[in-house]
Design a protein around this ligand. Structure first.
Ligand code: SF4
Length: 69
């Protein structure tokens, strides 16, 4: 199962929670906003935790539709 991870940069406030919770998946860019650098770097559990605990709901984690078919 692969996951598609997105950050809505309109919503991200750069708290950095996701960078710590799903190590290797997110980085803060030069504007201090989270970007996805490697969506395979963390477990599903950690991805879901980052998604759930983002203070602004900016993270969207989707399972790969092809894998669910
Ligand atoms: S946890 Fe949410 S608001 Fe904080 S840096 Fe990550 S995406 Fe942005």
């Amino acid at each position: 199962m692969t996951f598609h991870v997105k950050v809505d940069e309109e919503l991200c406030i750069g708290s950095g929670n996701c960078v710590h919770l799903a190590k290797g998946v997110f980085e803060l860019n030069e504007d201090g906003l989270a970007v996805v650098v490697d969506e395979t770097a963390a477990s599903e559990e950690d991805l879901r935790l980052a998604e759930r605990t983002c203070p602004t709901g900016a993270i969207l984690v989707d399972g790969d539709a092809a894998d669910q078919a």
